[in-house]
Each structure stands twice: as C-alpha cells, then as structure tokens.
Design a binder for this molecule. Structure first.
Ligand SMILES: NC(=O)c1ccc[n+]([C@@H]2O[C@H](COP(=O)([O-])OP(=O)(O)OC[C@H]3O[C@@H](n4cnc5c(N)ncnc54)[C@H](OP(=O)(O)O)[C@@H]3O)[C@@H](O)[C@H]2O)c1
Length: 317
C-alpha cells in the first residue's frame, strides 16, 4: 500500500530511534557518528530506503546525526523516503509528559525536524500518539497548511485505533497514508483480537477491534514498530515463559528455510495479508543484514500457526 504513494519504497523501514547516543543533552560523540553512518550505509546496501524518525528520539540527536550524514552526502536524500513524528512532549518546566496536537506545537516541531535533518520536506509526518485534547479543525488546518507549503508530503499516524483514524480522516483533505503500531510475534494482540472474539480469552488483548480492517479498507499502510521483538526470539534476553521454546522454533525454522533467525521473525509478520511493513531498530550491521532477506522467505500456513501458538503458549481456540 505504501507503494501507491512511493512506488520505490522498500519492504522494510530502518528505525532511527537507536541513533544519536543517549537520551540526554550530552553532545553527539564520534562513536555515535560512526554507529549511525554504518547503520545507514548497511541499511541502504541491504535495499532499505525508508527511514523512520521522531523529534524525540535521543532528544533530537537521532535526526541531527542523520542530518549530518545527509549534509556530507547530499545525493543520498533523493534515494530515501524520510518520515518523522511529533506530538509527544516530555515533562519540562511547563508541565508533565503530555501529547500535543496544537497548531503551535506541530508547526514548531516540523520546522525543527526539517532543520535537524537538513531537508526541505518530510515525505511523511506522523502524529506520534493520539492526543485526547485533539481539536479536530485545528489539526486539519495545520496539516493542510503544512502540505500546501510543501513542508510535508503526506500525513500519517501512530498508535491510533481505527475509530480515532476515522474521526481524524473525516476532517482532513489528504489521506492518512500510514499507521504505525507495535506489531510482532511478541506484540501479537492484533491477531489475538480477531481470533479470540466471542471467547473469554479476549479480555486481555488490548487491541482495538476493527483497526486492521480500517487500515486495509482505506489503503493505510500498517507499519510495525518493535518488529524484531527487541531480539527476544533471536539471541537477545528472553522476557516471557514461552520465549525459550519460541526462540528454539525460530532457530529450527531458520535452518529449514535457510535464512537468518531475524528473517523468520519478520517473515511471520509479513505472512499476514495486511502486508505489514516492519521497522527494524537494530544498530548492529550484522543484524541489519540478517533482516534484509525477509522478502525471500514465505512461511507456510502450518509454520506460521506453529510459531504463533508456541509464542502464546497455547493452541488457538
Ligand atoms: N511509533 C512508536 O510509538 C514507536 C515506538 C518505538 C519504536 N518505534 C520505531 O520502531 C523502530 C523499531 O523499534 P524497536 O527498536 O523498539 O524494535 P526492534 O527492532 O524490535 O528492536 C531493536 C532493539 O532490540 C535490540 N535487539 C534486536 N535484536 C537483538 C538481538 N538478537 N540481541 C540483542 N538485542 C537485540 C537492538 O539492539 P542493537 O541495536 O544492539 O541490535 C535494539 O535496541 C524504532 O527505531 C523506531 O523507529 C516507534
């Protein structure tokens, strides 16, 4: 679906949250620069041309370090599709952590992101998390003006359910092109919600029914954050009672399909008909390369269900 708007878009997105060093105001170090340079180069060499940012990642340093790379190699910009987000505000002298869809905040943060990234236009601006204090007309006017002035090409959202999207879309003149949600073999509530409907198991799914269907019916690209499940099935620390068994199955399947373990994790997401676009957040070049085979691996129905049931620790109802 993203290809409707960006025909050359890669199947994977590189997530830049890990670039820029620490989440504080310490300056960017040369080591941070080397890490970022290597990650971006490895992503591009692996065929990944979409990059995901947010104004808050490492407090602006992720965008700034990326902007340094673009300044040093201006030819890279046209090979990339760049998206960023705004609307999360951390606690500061004016108040607690909060979300802010006001015109003043959105406009300010877009200008700051463009400046840090050293670019004229964001390909996609996403509203990072739904603001309960949303003033619909104000947001619509702000987004319309940002598009009209060429500061953003498209609008997207993140962590929104289908009803919130429908409400926002009702006031916008441009289509919402992306919704970014946590979706993975670990964050599998988007599947649980559908299959446990009408059973007592459904109470803990935490996923708003109809969100997948809204996105699919309205050509909204679903992007998965946390797509690698932070490595919990691919050699990273386990976090739940069924993780060890799932990691063992992932390892067996990797041998069987002759791909890396990370590829199996991404293939599980990509086997879903929603054609989810995984965002990979690893800064490790070996792991970035290991993800790049994802499109070469299609899991069988049986293996997809076997992974799902092992990860949830129980067969489907
Ligand atoms: N919209 C939102 O609200 C939202 C929220 C969170 C993230 N995001 C976006 O989604 C992207 C991906 O999210 P994410 O970083 O949470 O998810 P991820 O890709 O599932 O996980 C990446 C993290 O897990 C670690 N990791 C991965 N595989 C590992 C392994 N085998 N062993 C040890 N550690 C491993 C990585 O460390 P190494 O770097 O050392 O490999 C990195 O810290 C972010 O970069 C950001 O762009 C969006």
């Amino acid at each position: 679906m993203i290809k409707q708007h960006f025909p050359a878009a890669s199947e994977l997105v590189y997530g830049c949250m890990g670039l820029g060093g620490s989440w504080d105001n310490n300056p960017i170090t040369d080591a941070d620069r080397r890490t970022a340079q290597e990650a971006v180069e490895t992503a591009l060499a692996s065929g990944i041309n979409m990059f995901d940012h947010a104004d808050i990642y490492t407090l602006g340093k992720a965008e700034a370090i990326f902007g340094e790379i673009l300044a040093a190699q201006p030819g890279l910009r046209e090979k990339m599709i760049l998206q960023s987000k705004c609307a999360i505000r951390f606690a500061d002298d004016s108040g607690p952590k909060r979300y802010d869809f006001s015109a003043q905040w959105i406009n300010r943060r877009v200008d700051e992101s463009l400046k840090r990234l050293n670019i004229e236009q964001l390909d996609i601006l996403m509203l990072h998390r739904p603001d309960p204090l949303i003033e619909l007309d104000e947001v619509a006017e702000t987004i319309g003006a940002l598009i009209a002035h060429g500061k953003i090409k498209h609008i997207g959202v993140s962590n929104m359910n289908g009803f919130q999207m429908q409400y926002l879309q009702s006031a916008l003149n441009s289509p919402i092109v992306v919704n970014q949600l946590e979706l993975s073999l670990a964050a599998r509530h988007f599947v649980e919600d559908g299959i446990t409907f009408n059973t007592s198991e459904n109470t803990q799914s935490g996923f708003a029914s109809g969100t997948l269907e809204y996105c699919l019916s309205n050509q909204v690209q679903l992007q998965a954050w946390g797509a690698l499940a932070q490595g919990r099935y691919t050699g990273g620390p386990t976090q739940g009672p069924f993780d060890a068994a799932t990691a063992a199955m992932v390892s067996d399947l990797a041998q069987q399909y002759e791909v890396a373990a990370e590829t199996i994790i991404l293939a599980w997401l990509r086997r879903h008909p929603a054609r989810i676009q995984p965002i990979i957040g690893t800064t490790n070049p070996q792991r970035i390369k290991a993800c790049a085979d994802a499109s070469a691996c299609t899991l069988s129905r049986e293996d997809w269900y076997a992974l799902f049931e092992t990860a949830r620790g129980n067969e489907v109802p």
